[in-house]
Write a new protein. Structure first.
Length: 879
């Protein structure tokens, strides 16, 4: 029979998949003999079974939970529901991958009207007993019974006001009794029945609620953003309560073994005396730094510092720990590998190797490739920054520079971003997990309250988003959507501000930014990654500028140059349009002759920039109507410019209209109908290569034919290319090698690729179109319904961002195998957006592709992801 519940003493750190990260580490700490309150873990398998059984806990699991509860009671020597010797527990979620704040926690479970009196008598601390009870009622009602938290907060606020209390800690026992009374009245009013008094029922309901929270909307969004599969489920940890709210000799805190912002090797954290866990994170009171604990209670500080060191050595990584002090006694409630900024991740990884705590292979696995993004993004232009005057200062919670328009609600930020606003700053009193999507679309986050471990700070650091937290200098009015800075100046929705996440400064203006420079730890780690990876990393670049950027990030070639982008340049567009409106081949050739020198110089620029690295040039791909205006007045203006009659041009535009342009006259179909286009492009590529090779380079250009579905159409275009190229080479009297290959972006091409490989010297998987054609929905419109698909758990992620390995991946696998059957040395690469996505890169590595090609800013991400795939575990091993 399967075992669904484990005592902490029965598990260990290697059982993360079953016990969740938190449960496995609590078990490991128990095994290490650290002061961990006793308890047990209900496994992730129990969670998946709960869902498979139609959201019910099977009798056998319920029985096992009750048995473990009894065992724990015996261990602790207290009894659940016994007012004379009450046993209270915390109930916390804990998935395999840490998902901070995404799921729910309930503290002080086991309290009811009689137990609270018993607890009060037993501890001689009535205030503490009722403080615990009011917390429990609120958390249980919110998490389990879905009564809004804010309604309870309103009551608490009211009682505080009535009694002139500034902080929660100022409330007396009598005040808290009153809070409890009003909470219970509210509960009854909302639910129609009394607050549940039976501890066992409370426990089962709480376990179910944690299971349910695995599927709450914010957890679903978090999983999608972090590539966490929906079928993992969460474990539930039930643990003996220890009390940080027992008075001024008690407290609770969070600390890291190294600074999570900079990576500096120094204990770093915050705590609050006379408080329970949620007070620190919620930012209601401003916590003290861990340093101050040394003064308040040196003994506990030293014990904690020793444990921290021991844990770091044990896990050989920076630890993020939660602790509680109950009447001067220390308890460890959690340890895990700490989330950190990109800069800290690099420093810690390199330092751990220097300190002999990790191998280079282990070090590269400690950095999440996606995080590198944060290092590659702009900082403020130093001169402008120096000249600017901050209008407020908060905590430097997550580094980077952000400039953008302010929005006061997460939904507004999301809306603005959907509407095309790419510079958004979310300003909130404090953030909560519901804000996750709004935080994700924001360049920066500014909060009025909360410390360095507040929700905003933790989440922003994880996302690599700039964040200034706890900025008391500003007064935020969320309802009326404005804030005032320290000088009293008002900022309304849409006004520009800038945030410096490294200093905590806020600027009331738009500041210019500059590109970052990468040195030190970054290049060390990248060098290690390069030694380990087998996949080559190329870039998608259409201009020498992009190519240079990618080269500076370590690209080893261009995997996709989309030539059409060159024709949108203002100096080329007229010739391009002339070519499109041509009625005869002669007219077309004349227009193409104008384009030839421009295109040739484009390629010379690219070849020169790429210094002999391979360059793949893709021939014209989009439907031609994209180059012509659509609105009548624009057609009129263009007709005049081109010396045509309006109706003549209008009829050409109408002729080019297609019902499904993405599946219409585009890709190689253009070259089949107008071979002279392929001829001109071949001429430009070959002549450019000859020209730069004359200057001492050794370019071997790769010509890539797009959107092939049938080998004969590839052969037709290839014949045009080869005939043109060979004649130019012969006339020039030079030696020049070149390759002709194709994109695989149509399912038919994938499944007939043994045939296609007879003509193609290389395949590049165009997974944007391949995904579109395989799923049968448009890459431009999928956004309209994908949200519904996530909510209904049909899809977990956007197949245009993360490769659908089951379907599209299967086609890639088939095509690779068939291609190799025909041509064992065929070169295989990928150039769709997935080429820069870590989990997709891991897939490409496992399939034995030769390279991935991605946008310049993703090159470092791809280098690291490729190394992680080679070392093993890949992107998913990170979680
Ligand atoms: C693709 O389809 O994956 C591709 C790279 O081509 P494009 O995005 O230009 O259609
Ligand atoms: Mg394509």
């Amino acid at each position: 029979m399967a075992k669904y519940v484990y005592l902490f003493s029965e598990g260990n750190a290697s059982m993360k998949n079953l016990l969740g990260g938190k449960g496995a580490n609590l078990a490991e700490m128990t095994g290490l003999g650290l002061p961990v309150p006793r308890g047990f873990t209900v496994t992730t398998e129990a969670c998946t079974r709960y869902y498979n059984d139609g959201k019910v806990i099977a009798d056998e699991i319920e029985k096992e939970i009750s048995e473990m509860m009894e065992k724990t009671e015996n261990l602790v020597g207290k009894k659940f529901g016994d007012p004379k010797n009450p046993f209270l527990v915390s109930v916390r979620s804990g998935a395999r991958a840490s998902m901070p704040g995404m799921m729910d926690t309930i503290l002080n479970l086991g309290l009811n009207d009689t137990v609270v009196e018993g607890l009060s008598e037993l501890t001689g601390n009535e205030r503490f007993a009722f403080d615990s009870y009011r917390r429990f009622i609120q958390m249980f009602s919110d998490v389990v019974m879905e009564v809004e938290k804010s309604k309870f907060e309103k009551i608490l606020h009211g009682v505080k006001e009535e009694n002139g209390a500034k902080f929660d800690t100022d409330l007396t026992a009598l005040n808290l009794r009153e809070v409890v009374k009003r909470y219970k009245e509210l509960f009854k009013q909302e639910k129609g029945f009394d607050f549940p008094q039976e501890p066992k029922a409370q426990l089962m309901e709480a376990v179910k609620a944690v299971f349910r929270s695995w599927d709450n909307p914010r957890a679903i969004v978090y999983r999608r953003l972090n590539d966490i599969p929906g079928d993992w489920g969460t474990a539930v940890n039930v643990q003996e309560m220890v009390y940080g709210n027992m008075g001024n000799d008690s407290g609770t805190g969070v600390a890291f073994t190294r600074n999570p912002s900079t990576g500096e090797k120094k204990l770093y954290g915050e705590f609050l005396m006379n408080a329970q866990g949620e007070d620190v994170v919620a930012g209601i009171r401003t916590p003290q730094s861990i340093e101050q604990l040394r003064e308040i209670n040196p003994e506990v500080y030293n014990q904690f510092a020793d444990i921290a060191e021991k844990l770091e050595k044990h896990y050989r990584d920076m630890q993020d720990m939660e602790f509680t002090i109950e009447k001067g006694k220390l308890f460890m409630l959690q340890t895990r590998n700490g989330k950190r900024t990109a800069a800290a991740a690099l420093k810690i990884a390199v330092d751990l190797v220097d300190e002999g705590m990790a191998t280079k292979q282990e070090a590269i696995m400690k950095v999440d490739p996606k995080q590198l993004d944060a290092l590659l993004h702009p900082n403020f232009e130093p001169k402008a920054l120096k000249a600017a005057q901050p209008v407020a200062k908060g905590l430097p919670a997550s580094p980077g520079a952000a400039t953008g328009k302010v929005f006061f609600e997460a939904d507004d930020a999301v809306e603005a971003s959907k509407g095309g606003e790419d510079k958004v700053i979310l300003v909130r009193l404090e953030t909560s997990p519901e804000d996750i999507e709004g935080m994700h679309v924001s360049q920066g986050i500014l909060t009025g309250r909360g410390g360095m471990t507040s929700h905003a700070a933790v989440v922003a650091r994880g996302m690599g988003t700039c964040c200034v937290a706890g900025c008391g200098d500003i007064k935020i009015n969320e309802e009326e959507k404005y804030f005032t800075d320290k000088n009293g100046k008002k900022y309304a929705e849409g006004d520009w501000i800038s945030l410096d996440g490294s200093t905590g400064n806020v600027y009331g203006e738009r500041l210019p930014t500059v590109e970052p420079e990468m040195t030190g730890d970054f290049s060390t780690l990248m060098q290690w990654a390069d030694e380990m990876r087998t996949l080559k990393i190329r870039t998608n670049a259409d201009t020498p500028k992009d190519a240079a950027q990618a080269m500076s990030f370590g690209a080893e070639g261009i995997g996709l140059c989309r030539t059409e982008h060159m024709f949108f340049e203002p100096d080329r567009l007229p010739a391009m349009r002339e070519m499109i409106v041509a009625r005869t081949e002669q007219q077309r050739v004349k227009a193409l002759e104008k384009l030839l020198p421009m295109q040739r110089s484009d390629f010379e620029g690219l070849f020169t920039e790429m210094k002999g690295y391979p360059v793949t040039i893709r021939f014209l791909d989009p439907p031609l109507h994209e180059f012509l205006p659509q609105a009548d007045e624009d057609i009129q203006a263009l007709a005049k410019e081109m010396g045509l009659e309006y109706c003549e041009l209008k009829s050409i535009v109408c002729d080019l209209h297609e019902f499904n342009p993405m599946m219409g006259h585009r890709g190689c179909r253009l070259a089949v109908t107008y071979p002279e286009i392929a001829e001109m492009q071949t001429r430009a590529v070959i002549e450019a290569a000859i020209n730069v090779n004359k200057k001492g380079m050794s370019v071997i250009p790769e010509i890539m034919i797009p959107l092939v579905g049938e080998t004969k159409e590839l052969k037709y275009v290839k014949d045009v290319v080869v005939k043109t190229a060979d004649s130019i080479i012969e006339k020039a009297g030079v030696q020049l090698q070149y390759k002709v290959g194709t994109m695989i972006e149509i399912p038919r091409a994938a499944i007939t690729s043994d045939e296609i490989a007879k003509e193609a010297e290389f395949f590049s998987f165009g997974t944007n179109d391949l995904t579109q054609m395989t799923f049968g929905f448009s890459r431009d419109d999928a956004g309209r319904f994908l949200d519904e698909y996530y909510n209904k758990k049909i899809y977990e992620s956007d197949p245009f961002a993360r490769l659908d390995q089951t379907g599209v991946g299967k086609l890639i696998k088939i095509a690779s195998e068939l291609g190799k059957q025909t041509r064992p040395d065929i070169k295989l690469g990928i150039c769709g957006e997935h080429g820069g996505d870590p989990s997709s890169i891991e897939f490409c590595h496992n399939l034995g592709l030769n390279y991935v090609s991605c946008s310049p800013f993703r090159v470092p991400i791809a280098r690291l992801a490729a190394a992680q795939a080679a070392v093993g575990g890949g992107a998913m091993g990170q979680k």
